[in-house]
Write a new protein. Structure first.
Length: 321
């Protein structure tokens, strides 16, 4: 029988407490798959952690030959850490999992079942989120609705990075080398056969979330500017609307002066019009600046990440079996 290869890719940033709890659960899931003709591997990407994560990972790898380790030269952020990991999955499919146990490894079997039915992108859709406050839940909800409407690329709502990608989907993803990486959008861009897999998102097993509101806000901006130029168009419409209003107001002011004369008052109107126009212009400029800044970043053509250490899992590079 044809054996398939699946690599579980885990990005970890300061997850020394969670990883020892997570690895046995992944290992158990892979053991179960071995009987069904799927060879499992795990690839941990240490995203420049400052705690004992790398030492913990080396211990885990020493105990299980299926584990590969990749260490980045510094903290590049989750999106780039995942990119680095996925770049190194040369054969077979890849399943992306959070290091904190919020994406239960026990579901790997269900993802694999869909994959073997022929789907290229099996994405986990959160039914509920435990251990997260209403503010995070409601802003996340609003974000997915906004990006869903603005973006031409399909971005399913309430879908994180917990997903399984087939080999050809991975090959597609690897061709997208942009610096500003909004992974959820990039997965959607790749396309092919996609299917949702609803699941209950659990609370973290240990440690604290690395995404505070500022980081999430920036991620949201990244998503919107990477997958939509609607804000630029909004600036155009805003400009058009204010120009029309200003024109109407101008006609009225001139007509009034001609018909009834002008006793030179109107300082308040003048002030408010100037301030309003100034505000609109600054907003439009800022919007253009957001896109221009990203263009500048892209034009530098820097590598997306640098690798410190790459320790492939034993047997992965042995070629097709
Ligand atoms: N992560 C990462 N680099 C970072 C921040 C986070 O690799 O700079 C990893 C982190 O270790 C975890 C995943 O991304 O495996 C999700 O992070 P977290 O649980 O903090 O985010 P949340 O679930 O709260 O959105
Ligand atoms: Mg988490």
């Amino acid at each position: 029988m044809n054996r398939e290869l699946l690599t579980v890719v885990v990005a970890a940033y300061n997850e020394a407490e969670s990883l020892p709890l997570l690895q046995p659960r992944i290992a158990a899931a892979l053991d179960a798959l071995a009987g069904e003709g799927v060879d499992g591997r795990v690839l941990y990407v240490d995203d420049g952690s400052r705690d004992r994560t790398w030492a913990v990972l080396q211990d885990l790898a020493a105990a299980d030959a299926r584990i590969g380790l990749l260490r980045l030269s510094r903290n590049f952020g989750k999106e780039l850490a995942l990119t680095a990991g996925l770049d190194r999955v040369e054969r077979g499919g890849a399943l992306i999992l959070d290091a904190d146990g919020q994406d239960p490894p026990e579901l790997i079997g269900q993802f694999v079942a869909k994959w073997r039915e022929g789907y290229d992108d099996v994405y986990g859709t959160r039914l509920e989120r435990e251990g997260e406050g209403w503010l995070k839940r409601s802003t996340a909800h609003a974000f997915y609705r906004v990006i869903g409407r603005l973006s031409k690329t399909p971005i399913p709502a309430d879908t994180g990075d917990f997903r399984l990608l087939s080999q050809r989907a991975l090959e597609g993803l690897r061709q997208l080398r942009e610096r500003h990486r909004f992974m959820k959008g990039l997965f959607g861009w790749v396309g092919y056969n996609r299917v949702a897999l609803p699941y209950h998102r659990e609370a973290r097993v240990a440690g604290a979330s690395k995404f505070n509101f500022w980081r999430l806000w920036n991620l949201a901006l990244e998503g919107i500017t990477s997958f939509s130029t609607a804000p630029l168009r909004l600036a155009t419409y805003l400009g058009l609307a204010t120009a029309l209003l200003a024109f109407g107001f101008g006609v009225w002011v001139v007509a009034k002066a001609l018909l009834w004369g002008d006793p030179v008052a109107g300082w308040p109107t003048m002030m408010s019009v100037i301030l309003f126009l100034g505000g609109v212009q600054l907003i439009a400029l800022g919007l253009i600046g957001e896109y221009l800044g990203r263009l500048y970043e892209e034009s530098k053509q820097r590598p997306l990440y640098l690798v410190d250490t790459w320790l492939p899992a034993a047997g992965v590079s042995s070629g097709p079996s």
